[in-house]
Unconditional design. Sequence first.
Length: 263
Amino acid sequence: MHTTQFADLGISNDIQKSLATMKFEAPTQVQALAVAPFLAGEDLLVQAPTGTGKTGAFGMPIVQQIDRKSRTTQALVLSPTRELALQIAGVLRKLSQNKPGIRIATLYGGENINKQIAWLRTTPHIIVATPGRMLDHMRRKTVQLSHLRTVVLDEADRMLDMGFRKDMETILHATPKNRQTVLFSATIPQEIYAIADRFQKNAKNIRVAQESMTVQTVKQYYTSVHPGGKNNELFALLQNNDYPLTLVFVNMKHRADKLATQL
């Protein structure tokens, strides 16, 4: 399967060259279902778990449709966390490597806001932001949204879980009414449908199941542990087994730093 399949979705040659450099040979299911209607300007409500290629599903059409000659911000992607915002911006930059001149700004809390304001003065074509920091720039009038053509809410259910519903709605209210609005969410609770009904126009519903990633050579085990005893159990596991390589996942940066120090 070759990158010509991306051409079947309407992906331009320059983006296909970037995809080849990124070693992407064929569209994932969510990309095959979402890219063409995205390029056609439709509003989309996409249910797709992490790991299904959803960043590419909105990243390819966003980058392809940017008018590099226009000094306007044309696309906004909202994400729940700094880490995801940086990841999305990284993918967008790789996709745009054969379209030089596309400016991408990443706005999130914890970084010097004056540095972000200086970057916004260059009028980035694409902004990737967390809701809180985006609202901060809106209040300071350091960001211009009047020419937005596309707004993407990535991991919309996580943003709801983190208490960002009012922020999301405030941001959407500040964007042009004729914008394209695309929601990606692993789950579609009633609140997501309420946002879709309020801010989308005849949205196309797309649902993608999580593909199994487990191979036959992987054995899986679990043990129930009291939260306060996790580290001791982990240390015992590592000491009692001669693992050549170990990958440990935690859910927050400060916990990763602390655990690394303890290890």
